[in-house]
Design a protein around this ligand. Structure first.
Ligand code: FE2
Length: 241
């Protein structure tokens, strides 16, 4: 196993509501690395309505990843985005206003917490119809999905990867959210567990606790798939790297 892979986080500093300073970002990377993470994709927010577009992300990424490469030679860093769903998402991607994950055709898509389940599914289908594969960010955050987990299973049936936040899986976001995550895990419907780390808190970028919780309940094979192999595949990387 080549270590954990964090597909979704806000560690890149000064580009969204995640880490604000390089010191915060360094602390988060240290937390991630020391707990066994070896691949990280930075996914700054893209929100066309609030003009959060992380335009400076590329430049910050180049400088920061060069620094991190020196310190952690076996750490792989890549750049993506967490795109708030909007009707013109495919146009935003093709004109470069926002980006896919590491230059692949996979797009990390988020919705608003109160968005309707049917609307979310149809919107994901509309992204796929334009030639991209949407990954549904933190499926446990949508109230419609929590009320009707069938929506989440429908997303998985359509082969759109579902991402869950590790803190939801370990119970830090409440029992109800954890129960929902466990149902998806039991059904094999969760494709990726990631941190969605925002805070300059050392622990926010760790995946190890969640990995052990999933491994003991659902088996090490599935845990390795969703913490290590699948996220690397979605980043266009060798799953065994
Ligand atoms: Fe996020």
């Amino acid at each position: 196993m080549g270590g954990f892979c964090d597909l979704h986080c806000h560690i890149l500093y000064g580009v969204d509501d995640g880490a604000q300073t390089v010191e915060d970002a360094r602390a988060l990377i240290e937390g991630a690395y020391s707990s066994g993470t070896r691949t990280i994709c930075f996914t700054p927010h893209y929100n066309p309505f609030r003009k959060i577009d992380s335009a400076g992300a590329e430049e910050t990424f180049r400088a920061f990843s060069a620094e991190m490469k020196e310190k952690y030679p076996d750490l792989t860093l890549c750049l993506g985005a967490e795109v708030l769903y909007h009707q013109k998402i495919a146009d935003s991607l093709s004109r470069g206003a926002c980006r896919t994950l590491n230059g692949t055709r996979f797009v990390l898509v988020e919705f608003l917490p109160d968005d309707d389940g049917q609307y979310i599914i149809q919107s994901l289908e509309s992204v796929a119809a334009r030639g991209y594969t949407p990954i549904l960010a933190h499926a446990e955050r949508y109230h419609s999905f929590l009320n009707k987990p069938k929506y989440a299973l429908s997303v998985a049936e359509r082969e759109f990867p579902i991402q869950l936040n590790v803190r939801s899986v370990t119970g830090e976001n409440g029992k109800r959210v954890q129960k929902f995550c466990r149902l998806l895990l039991k059904e094999g419907a969760a494709a990726v567990i990631a941190t969605d780390a925002h805070d300059p808190d050392y622990a926010d970028a760790r995946l190890d606790e969640g990995f052990h919780a999933v491994a003991s309940r659902f088996g090490p094979e599935y845990a390795t798939t969703i913490f290590c192999r699948m996220p690397r595949i979605l980043l266009g990387l060798d799953p065994n790297g």
